[in-house]
Write a protein that binds this ligand. Structure first.
Ligand code: BGC
Length: 748
């Protein structure tokens, strides 16, 4: 490689020297300033806490509209005084450059700011929610999605995203399952790394990329009862085996920052956990960047009852390894006092400042603090290539759950189509949670997408039928009339965007409001019923599964939702997505996930086995499941013969054949189980996957190479054990297993 200046990576020791020199010039106030990120405040003071704001809104002292329209204080004075390390919530090139100019030109030391925002799935071009994207099982596509989000967000002045969310989620009641890659640790780790690469690229200096912040360290998805912010009770083995690997993968992919979770684990709030931040992330994963708190989470150590007051909380979190406080000024207010009282040493502050400055130097911010211009925004946002990629990602995110009698794909000249349901012509409902940069009025609805696809070929009869929530059934008559007059009904039902994401846990996993009643009334017309689900979490819909002719799980597909759904409905794209979370039969089964430990009494016909007396133990749809417009056969499993020893790699091969009539893609999955071990092991675990494209009749051999060192597990002392014995392997279209074989693995 030619050693041009662009190709030169920063020399770490050179950066450390620069940090030393800068630290030596910084006052304590300036140091503490680096540890603070705030959002533009509406009241213009640091004194207004988030709790007080929420109280004012709840008590009606200010309306939502007033809240949104209030002039913001961008804390220019604090920036000038060197008292801020980063700003959140700034979403234009002009504003971020203006604030950066104050930091560079008017503050004493000219330390550049970071501009953080939740860029979670696309920016102005809305991509599918992360849960949906993961259903493509295509890390390269997720990487591209994150890269495009970064390109658009960076054009708008954002330099740091609080993403990806890499929490393993086994509980669909938890609204935040929408933000992650589902329930599986292996898949979650692959996707975590892909998203980090997409956001950051290979060089933090790249002005079209943004700094990633994998979150929430850790096990936030294991909140008891699926209730947001709730406590987590987890053994150390489970934590390390199921919840931490995606964080390690993200660290290995080079993530520059991480965010601590709101929850406590076994009594220690994550923002104050040296086990997570120091022992795991820094010492075990080799992380060198900085740790930010979740919003107001330092102060919430007081509410947890883990700290006496905010000063105590600040001391405990800094000591545990947290570097930056995201709030309205907890560190800013508390740390000077903590130092004055000798409860913290200036060294403790220096350590955190060093982590933050290191990232800023690695990003090259001191040399190039302005990473965009307003002109770049215009060229970049909603660029044609971004829209095309968003449409492709959306098609790949759709999971075909049912297709009786090959109802789908539809013909474009189908005749008369009744399009019904509260989400059929709904722009906001397509965007999903955390769509901060995307605009509702730029979304193509499902109805529009279908209209454009069949223009001049089929007649469309549209009726909303009912609202997403509520009990009103006045619209049923019109919907039933449309169904009766049509050859086929497409019902688009599900959840609104604010029913998933943060603070959106649900007690019930059925369709909200009277939507299922609407479906029952439509089915009673006898017309074929195609159900399109638009939702942010798996929904438990046994009646729909039993009675719809076809079901497409479309999740929340983003700006191009309508076109993507139409591409799949009319067969311009053959669906290939597969579920990354188990779909329960009933909320009563939750948490239900495929890789559960083997029980002493697996569910069976006998009463005294692990099941329910009033419903099935099996989920409605298993992890890894998804249909296609074609069919695939799995055959010729080949495993190594004879004994294999730990340390050796093994190849596991099968042949996949397209046995249907159209070209299609299949996600082939490799599962492994250790049936007998010194600890009870999962019934099976995903250890590999790939996607193959096959023409009708075509066969392809698929080989997975597995490192036998990945077949171990942790004991109670967190020792990683590799235990010899017989291991089972499956190559399979989903987590229920099809081709099965075994291999004896020994100790060398
Ligand atoms: C969420 C984080 C998010 C942060 C900043 C918090 O409430 O838990 O995921 O990044 O807000 O918006």
């Amino acid at each position: 490689m030619i050693d041009t200046e662009q190709n030169q990576k920063p020399d770490p020791s050179e950066i450390e020297q620069k940090i030393d020199a800068l630290l030596a010039r910084m006052t304590l106030t300036e140091k503490i300033g680096q540890l603070q990120i705030v959002n533009p405040s509406i009241f213009g003071t640091f004194e207004e806490t988030i709790e007080e704001l929420i109280e004012k809104l709840t008590e009606g002292k200010i309306s939502v509209a007033e809240f949104q329209n209030m002039p913001r204080n961008y804390h220019e004075q604090e920036i000038r005084d060197g008292q801020l390390g980063a700003m959140g919530g700034v979403t234009s090139a002009e504003k971020s450059n203006e604030l950066q100019r104050i930091a560079i030109e008017e503050s004493r030391l000219g330390i550049p700011l970071l501009f953080g925002l939740d860029v979670i799935h696309g920016f102005r071009t809305g991509f599918p929610i992360p849960l949906a994207e993961a259903c493509s099982w295509e890390p390269e596509k997720l990487e591209l999605s994150a890269q495009i989000a970064a390109r658009e967000a960076s054009a708008a002045g954002i330099t740091w995203t609080y993403a990806p969310m890499v929490d393993i989620s086994r509980d669909p009641r938890w609204g935040r399952v929408a933000e992650g890659a589902g329930e599986d640790t292996y898949l979650g780790s692959v996707m975590a790394a892909a998203r980090v690469r997409g956001f950051q690229g290979t060089d933090l200096k790249d002005t079209e990329r943004i700094l990633a912040c994998p979150k929430h360290l850790a096990a936030y998805g294991a909140a008891v009862g699926g209730r947001d912010y709730n406590t987590v009770n987890l053994s150390a083995q489970y934590l390390h085996e199921f919840y931490l690997p995606p964080f390690r993968a993200a660290a290995e992919a080079g993530a520059g920052t991480f965010m601590a979770a709101f929850n406590d684990i076994n009594g220690i709030p994550c923002s104050a956990s040296s086990q997570l931040m120091e022992a795991f992330l820094r010492q075990s994963c080799g992380f060198e960047g900085f740790m930010v708190s979740d919003a107001n989470a330092v102060a919430e150590c007081v509410t947890h009852g883990f700290a006496q007051d905010k000063t105590d909380a600040s001391v405990k979190t800094v000591v545990a390894g947290l570097d930056m406080d995201m709030s309205d000024g907890t560190y800013w207010n508390a740390l000077p006092q903590a130092i004055a009282e000798g409860r913290l040493q200036e060294n403790d502050i220096d350590k955190a400042v060093r982590h933050i400055l290191r990232v800023k130097f690695r990003m090259g911010l001191f040399d190039q603090p302005y990473r965009t211009t307003p002109g770049r925004e215009e060229q970049t946002l909603l660029a044609d290539a971004h829209l095309a990629a968003a449409r492709d990602m959306a098609r790949r995110s759709i999971v075909l759950l049912k297709n009786d009698n090959q109802t789908l794909p539809l013909k474009k000249n189908q005749g008369r189509l009744a399009i019904v349901g509260p989400l059929a012509d709904n722009q906001a409902g397509m965007l999903g949670t955390w769509a901060i940069g995307a605009r509702e009025d730029e979304v193509t609805t499902i109805l529009q997408g279908i209209r454009e696809a069949v223009a001049g070929q089929s007649e469309i009869l549209y009726a909303r039928g009912c609202d997403i929530m509520g009990t009103e059934k006045d619209g049923f008559a019109q919907a039933i009339a449309a169904a009766e007059a049509a050859d086929l009904v497409i019902a688009v039902v599900g959840e609104s965007s604010d029913m998933s994401g943060e603070a959106a846990s649900r007690i019930d996993l059925t369709l909200p409001g009277v939507q299922e009643e609407l479906l029952r009334a439509l089915a009673a017309t006898g017309k074929p019923l195609v159900v399109l689900l638009a939702n942010g979490r798996p929904l438990a819909l046994p009646w729909v599964a039993a009675h719809a002719s076809a079901i497409l799980e479309t999740w929340q597909l983003g700006t191009l939702a309508g076109h993507a759904a139409a591409d799949v409905l009319f067969g311009d794209f053959n669906p290939s997505g597969k579920l990354v979370m188990t779909v329960p039969y009933s909320v009563g089964q939750v948490p239900v996930y495929y890789n559960h430990p083997q029980t002493g009494r697996p569910a069976g016909p006998i009463k005294f086995t692990s099941k329910y007396i009033d419903g099935p133990a099996e989920p409605l749809y298993p992890f890894g499941f998804g249909l296609s417009y074609t069919s695939f056969a799995y055959k010729d499993l080949k495993l190594p013969e004879g004994k294999i020893s730990f340390g050796q790699k093994i190849n596991i091969t099968a042949t996949i054949q397209n046995t249907g009539k159209v070209t299609g893609e299949e996600i082939v999955q490799l599962y492994v189980a250790d049936p007998v071990a010194s600890r009870v092991r999962p019934v099976r675990e995903l250890k590999g996957f790939c996607k193959v494209m096959l023409e009708p009749g075509q066969s392809q051999e698929v080989t997975f190479q597995l490192d036998t060192r990945d077949l171990g597990f942790y004991d109670e002392q967190l020792q990683y054990l590799l235990e010899p014995g017989l291991f089972k392997f499956w190559i399979s279209p989903d987590s229920t297993g099809s081709l099965e074989g075994q291999v004896m693995i020994t100790n060398a």
